[in-house]
Design a binder for this molecule. Structure first.
Ligand SMILES: *[C@@H]1O[C@H](CO)[C@@H](O)[C@H](O)[C@H]1NC(C)=O
Ligand SMILES: *[C@@H]1O[C@H](CO)[C@@H](O)[C@H](O)[C@H]1NC(C)=O
Ligand SMILES: *[C@@H]1O[C@H](CO)[C@@H](O)[C@H](O)[C@H]1NC(C)=O
Length: 505
């Protein structure tokens, strides 16, 4: 009987144990922190796209380091954000290059002027120093670090991955149509560099390729396929805030793409604010020196930001993309208030929290240190998943709450059942312990379970009948000896007592 109860109890416990891990992630998943993408390294502290900046980002535990590639005149891929070297290097201070300045019309129709990387050899570029590209940021480490090639940065990431701290690379082809037009297409060389760095053989090294131009993504995808590695890279289509992306475009991209990288005001919509001093035709991601903020959030998001409570806020773009299986990685999260909506009060952690609530899957950040600080607050707040489940109901939350309720009920039943079985079991101890094998009698009674000691005391009639002998209750020596020397003597004594009482056979 007891055996049967125990096995039923065991089965119930195993079932509960199996149910628990399957139910809990459903809850936790609802608010999983987005991937941290170190945008150009750590440009809030170091000149962008330098080895030192990337190293620092890896130390802060980012998921991906992000870089842009442009081509040198002699066909090497270097990590620079702009087609021109003016903002991010000291090229303008080199009198010997003065006549290299060039003005051209880019394929998109925009005119650009400056020292184009494609008019310099790699050897020449190696002689330049990187500088902090944003003028109002700390310039202390300008003129300290060099421009890096793509293979060098890939090696840094691979070394980290090989040393057990996996970090992905997230590479953007810069001006791909421009590079094609001057006979220096980027895609094949970029894929060659990846293969040389080991991305063909190390399947565990995360790899994302991104571009504003879907054509470039398709060409890289084709290059990977040609090397027998179809689908090796996840493809992100970057979205410019001036172009509204249609459902048909998202449908078409979802056939081969992994996700979209929208400018963040496309995720949390902004309304213009006079305080923000944004000039009318400014690109929303422009770094205008006189700019104070990017605008105001819409009323629902602004209320959430004001209360620092990120209940149910929604983003139309996130919903449309995720409905098609596409992830959403908005850019760019920066520490300075001028790059945020006014409603965040220049608090980068509040801004990240709102975007997490909007359900984004990754964030491009200029300051990995701040992202790490924010993630720490998110982990500290993790136990509040119950709160977040209750505060934002939906089909998944309902399912999760149902499974947890079932679990709790089951555990309660199991507990009550266990207590009942234990009580019934203890009642039968007395009978059972008469048959306790004598070979266990070592002469030391202290290690026996209290139940056995009680049974011994009861059966030998040692004056303790009916008393509970706790573990610490010393037993009279005479009783111990009787019991220990020979439990069969108990039976013998009983027979004698029976005979003395006039019974007998
Ligand atoms: C820069 O490179 C482009 C493309 O190769 C070329 O057409 C142009 O003449 C070069 N300009 C200078 C100033 O070297
Ligand atoms: C990667 O590791 C190799 C071998 O230890 C080393 O020679 C190289 O300098 C490292 N590269 C970077 C970029 O850290
Ligand atoms: C992609 O490949 C096509 C066909 O080879 C080529 O015409 C086009 O210029 C390439 N586009 C880019 C952006 O590299």
């Amino acid at each position: 009987m007891l055996k049967h109860e125990c096995s039923t109890l065991l089965a119930a416990l195993i079932w509960a144990a199996c149910l628990t891990p399957s139910a809990l992630p459903a809850l936790a998943q609802e608010r999983e922190a987005p991937l941290i993408i170190a945008h150009r390294g750590s440009p809030c502290h170091f000149p962008e796209e330098t080895l030192e900046g990337y190293r620092r980002a890896i130390e802060y535990g980012v998921d991906y380091i992000e870089m842009d590639v442009v081509s040198t005149k002699d066909g090497h891929l270097i990590c620079r954000h702009d087609l021109t070297l003016d903002d991010s290097t000291d090229v303008a201070e080199h009198a010997e290059y003065a006549e290299r300045k060039w003005t051209t019309i880019l394929p998109g129709g925009r005119e650009q002027s400056g020292f184009f990387a494609c008019n310099f050899t790699l050897a020449e570029i190696r002689g330049l120093f990187a500088k902090q590209a944003i003028p109002f940021r700390n310039q202390a480490s300008s003129h300290s670090f060099r421009v890096q090639t793509l293979p060098e940065v890939l090696q840094l990431a691979m070394n980290s991955t090989g040393a057990g701290r996996p970090v992905g690379v997230y590479i953007e082809t810069k001006g791909p149509a421009f590079h094609s037009s001057i006979g220096l297409p980027l895609e094949a060389r970029l894929v060659d560099a990846l293969m040389a760095a080991g991305y063909g053989s190390v399947a565990a090294a995360p790899l994302i390729l991104q571009s504003f131009e879907p054509q470039s993504l398709q060409n890289m995808s084709r290059e990977l396929e040609a090397r027998g590695l179809p689908g090796r890279a996840n493809l992100i289509w970057l979205l410019d805030c001036t172009a509204d992306v249609s459902d048909a475009q998202l449908d078409a991209f979802a056939k081969y793409g992994y996700g979209v990288g929208p400018e963040k005001s496309m995720v949390a919509r902004l309304v213009p604010a006079p305080e923000c001093a944004r000039s009318e035709g400014d690109a929303c991601s422009a770094v205008a020196p006189e700019q104070a903020c990017t605008g105001r959030l819409t009323p629902a998001a602004a209320a959430a930001a004001a209360a620092r409570s990120w209940g149910i806020v929604q983003s139309e773009l996130v919903e449309r993309a995720q409905a098609r299986g596409l992830v959403v990685h908005p850019y760019t999260f920066r520490n300075e208030g001028r790059f945020m909506a006014l409603d965040f009060d220049a608090d980068p952690l509040a801004e990240l929290s709102l975007f997490r609530a909007l359900g984004v899957d990754g964030v491009f950040v200029d300051c990995p240190a701040t992202a790490a600080e924010w993630l720490a607050t998110q982990h500290a707040a993790t136990p509040s998943w119950i709160g977040s489940v209750i505060s934002s109901p939906g089909p998944r939350q309902a399912a999760a709450i149902a499974s947890v309720s079932v679990l709790a009920t089951l555990l309660a039943i199991t507990l009550v059942w266990g207590v009942v079985i234990l009580v019934r079991h203890r009642r039968r101890q007395r009978v059972k312990y008469q048959f306790f094998p004598s070979m266990f009698n070592t002469g030391d009674l202290t290690w026996y379970p209290p139940d056995y000691r009680r049974a011994v005391v009861d059966e030998t009639g040692g004056g303790s009948r009916g008393e509970e002998c706790g573990e610490d209750t010393p037993l009279p020596t005479s009783i111990m000896m009787t019991a220990i020397d020979s439990p069969p003597r108990i039976a013998e004594q009983e027979r004698r007592a029976d005979r003395a009482n006039g019974g007998g056979t």
